[in-house]
Design a protein around this ligand. Structure first.
Ligand code: ATP
Ligand code: MG
Length: 435
């Protein structure tokens, strides 16, 4: 017997279905926002992450899977996907002036050497997007709203956007100076991590989870007093636009996020279930001014993105019964009453599927009664009965299982008939085959 590597997990059977469902929903929303898929390597040179995620981040300091390959090159299994996606955009010279913004989405495994615990793994999956070539604060709003719509599509009802502005370089440099002066006086009583954060990136102290340190953070100077006019103006535009879109938010002046590359807008979406359970952050993201340049791209190109943890989403959705609300019913279950009608049944199923009706065929027999039972078990909307008469006059009996009515329909008119019934059922145009 071989055990799983510590911190990894198998995603199999119905759990795998859940992951596919989540990923497909996220991809669909991203594509509606005109994002294109990027698949980058799982291994990158370690320096990429040191430069981008940043030497002061927990990820680079203690969570990376880094090793020397046989050619003595330092390789790292990606702890996140932003750096690789930006690298690929830069390497492939996609940033010609007329081509921006580049809108990329990604999905795949990440690796972090963390202490494994409930919902926290050493190999986990992220979905995310990067918009590179951001020249308007409304692009940041578009990214935030994409994130919001994605979570809504998955069934999360009461979401809270937690947002902050970290300012541009000038704002942040002024603020860091003031913060350093403030924390210097308290440093002796603060935790070991904070002593290190003080040296590497003082902003990171705002993120400390130690209760005693949080008391000290409470009275620290606030970033909003050090923002430049431009940063302040951009942030206000973002907030106003969020108001107009009806996305509720809360400003948290201590939200800094765990990666060094963020500037200006940073955000997280938090979720509290209808039962009142607070699940905390489902995802996080923000704007970055210098990352593209840092990775070797042109100066002055900015970006914005976010990442969602698939494991986190799946566990919250399971816990809050959100998968139960997914409609996985069938449209048509075709029931040939004799083995010799099976080929005809398959032909009908094919035509139904090509017209957007999710269909299945009974090829196992067991008589009309047994087949009807199966149709109900599969929660099919319609049972389509193919008996001797129907074969003779090229028709089929369509039984509406919710209304318990049935009609004999000529095969030529089957699709039209079903389309019409669907239109009657809900006069909204949301049925999936009307794309
Ligand atoms: P956290 O504060 O939970 O450690 P983070 O700030 O490190 O999160 P990001 O790097 O922004 O997270 O990654 C985005 C998302 O990826 C998180 O919101 C979370 O859902 C997920 N995630 C991060 N680390 C792990 C992990 N070790 N296992 C599973 N999911 C994770
Ligand atoms: Mg983390």
């Amino acid at each position: 017997m071989f055990n799983l590597v510590k911190g990894t997990h198998d995603v199999i059977l119905s759990e795998a279905d859940k992951y596919s469902y989540i990923e497909q929903t996220l991809i669909q929303v991203a594509e509606y926002f005109n994002y294109k898929e990027f698949r980058t390597p799982i291994m990158e040179y370690s320096e990429l992450f040191q430069r981008s995620v940043g030497d002061s981040s927990d990820i680079v300091r203690k969570e990376m899977y880094t090793f020397l390959d046989k050619g003595d090159r330092s390789i790292t299994l990606r702890p996140e996907l932003t750096a690789g996606v930006i690298r690929s955009i830069v390497n492939n010279k996609l940033l010609a002036l007329g081509d921006i913004p580049i809108k990329a989405y990604y999905v795949g495994p990440c690796f972090r050497y963390e202490r494994p615990q409930q919902g926290r793994y050493r190999q986990f999956n992220q979905f995310g997007i990067e918009c590179v070539g951001v020249v308007s604060p409304y692009r940041d709003v578009e990214v935030i709203s994409l994130c919001y719509f994605s979570l809504k599509m998955l069934g999360f009802k009461s979401l809270k956007l937690v947002i902050n502005c970290l300012g541009d370089d000038e704002s942040r440099n002024n603020y860091k100076e003031v913060l350093r002066n403030y924390f210097e006086k308290h440093l002796d009583s603060m935790c070991g991590d904070c002593k290190e954060r003080f040296k590497l990136n003082v902003l990171r102290i705002l993120d400390c989870k130690d209760p005693a340190d949080q008391e000290i953070v409470k009275n620290a100077p606030k970033i909003e007093d050090y923002l430049t006019e431009k940063s302040k103006d951009n942030f206000n535009k973002v907030l106003k636009s969020l108001d107009e879109l009806g996305i509720e938010y809360e400003i948290d002046r201590n939200l800094v996020r765990g990666l060094d590359y963020y500037s200006d807008v940073v955000f997280e979406f938090h979720y509290t279930s209808s039962k009142g359970i607070n699940y905390g952050a489902l995802c996080g993201g923000g704007h970055y001014n210098k990352l593209i340049q840092e990775i070797g791209g042109p100066k002055d190109i900015e970006g914005c993105g976010f990442a969602i943890g698939i494991e986190r989403i799946a566990s919250v959705m399971s816990d809050d019964s959100l998968f139960d609300e997914i409609d996985d019913s069938l449209d048509c279950y075709i029931m040939p009453l004799d083995i010799s009608y099976q080929d005809k049944a398959l032909e009908i199923a094919t035509s139904l599927r090509l017209n957007g009706y999710k269909s299945d065929v009974n090829l196992e027999g067991k008589g009309l009664k047994g087949m009807l039972k199966k149709a109900i078990k599969l929660s099919s909307k319609y049972a389509l009965i193919l008996g001797e008469d129907e074969i003779k006059n090229n028709s089929i009996v369509v039984k509406d299982l919710s209304k318990e009515t049935q009609e004999s329909i000529e095969l030529d008119k089957l699709i039209d008939y079903l389309d019409e019934k669907e239109n009657e059922n809900h006069s909204c145009s949301c049925h999936h085959h009307e794309e």
